[in-house]
Design a protein around this ligand. Structure first.
Ligand code: AP5
Length: 277
């Protein structure tokens, strides 16, 4: 019998691989991080170990809302293609001037423009060390291909599924606090502070007509995008209350990260090593 006993250090190694040094407490509404997940944001990590996450979903499906929790929980750099483009428009940069016309009409900006911006950003040190969370990219087949061509392969691809009528309802109530950048919803998540309420702003593309164009665009492309990431996809019901969505999102990411770790361990086990002089 003793020849079948698994050595303790091997069991511990498997445990370390699966948990990747994080300890989470999770229930359906509250997520707390007990531990080391913050250390991801300050300590250098090998790029192969750092989490690589994508979140997709229709307009106003809750991507930005979930990204706050994901980046806190996993310590990754949050890159929102929409925010990057809005900053470029505000700064009146060359890219901003190209993007503005499309964004004002609720249409996708040309692939070449956004691909270059995102790929350059992903190469930077913080993304390489801490890992990244792409919000709203890739959105087309060409963007998905460009990402993979740049060897930016995600561990997890979260897709938030929300029916159209809820998307329209959410977009009409969305407001942003210009001082903190925090997103609120007049119906589902209003600010409690009166001072915040009075300074809230509405996004220029948040009207019913433009959101219909954005939903059509999303539906025209999402299946093609998903087909490139079938091993990493986690579908989440984004119509639930935010806390319940977060619980499923975090659970899904943890599951995919554990599976990616095991795959990379298996790959390295399969490698042959030779002594050198
Ligand atoms: P972008 O900014 O990415 O817009 P979007 O995809 O339309 O997504 P949103 O930011 O509108 O919504 P969200 O999913 O983040 O939802 P949120 O958390 O805010 O892109 C804007 C434009 O930029 C595009 O139209 C395009 O022109 C261009 N662009 C961007 N990326 C591009 C790309 N890759 N290629 C080409 N062009 C690109 O939530 C919405 C509201 O709902 C909030 O009020 C929130 O409080 C509320 N809420 C969230 N979750 C819940 C919940 N579970 N229950 C109730 N309320 C909720």
């Amino acid at each position: 019998m003793s020849q079948f006993t698994i050595p303790k250090f091997l069991l511990y190694l498997v445990f370390l691989i699966i948990t990747r040094g994080n300890h989470y407490t999770l229930n359906s509404d509250v997520i707390t991080t007990r531990s080391t997940s913050r250390s991801r944001s300050t300590e250098p990590h090998l790029s192969t170990d750092a989490p690589k996450i994508i979140i997709g979903g229709g307009p106003a499906s809750g991507k930005g809302t979930q990204c706050e929790i994901i980046s806190m929980q996993f310590g990754v750099v949050h890159l929102s293609s929409g925010d990057i483009l809005r900053e470029a428009v505000k700064g009146d940069s060359y890219i901003g001037r190209i993007a503005q016309k499309y964004m004002d009409e609720g249409k996708l900006v040309p692939d070449d423009v956004i691909i270059e911006v995102i790929n350059e950003r992903l190469k930077q040190d913080d993304c390489q060390k801490r890992g990244w969370l792409l919000d709203g990219f890739p959105r087309t087949k060409y963007q998905a291909e460009a990402l993979l061509k740049a060897k930016m392969v995600p561990d997890a691809f979260i897709v938030l599924e929300v029916p159209d009528y809820i998307l329209i309802d959410r977009v009409c109530g969305r407001r942003m606090d210009p001082l903190t950048g925090k997103i609120y919803n007049l119906k589902y998540d209003p600010p409690t502070d009166e001072a915040v309420r009075t300074r809230l702003m509405k996004r220029s593309d948040d009207d019913e007509e433009k959101i219909k164009t954005r939903i059509l665009d999303y539906k025209a492309h999402i299946e093609a995008v998903k087909s490139y990431f079938s091993d990493q996809i986690v579908t989440v019901d984004g119509s639930l209350p935010s806390g319940k969505v977060s619980a499923q999102v975090v659970e899904g990411i943890k599951m995919r990260l554990a599976s990616a770790s095991l795959h990379s361990t298996k790959r390295s086990e399969g490698q042959k090593w030779f002594p050198v002089a």
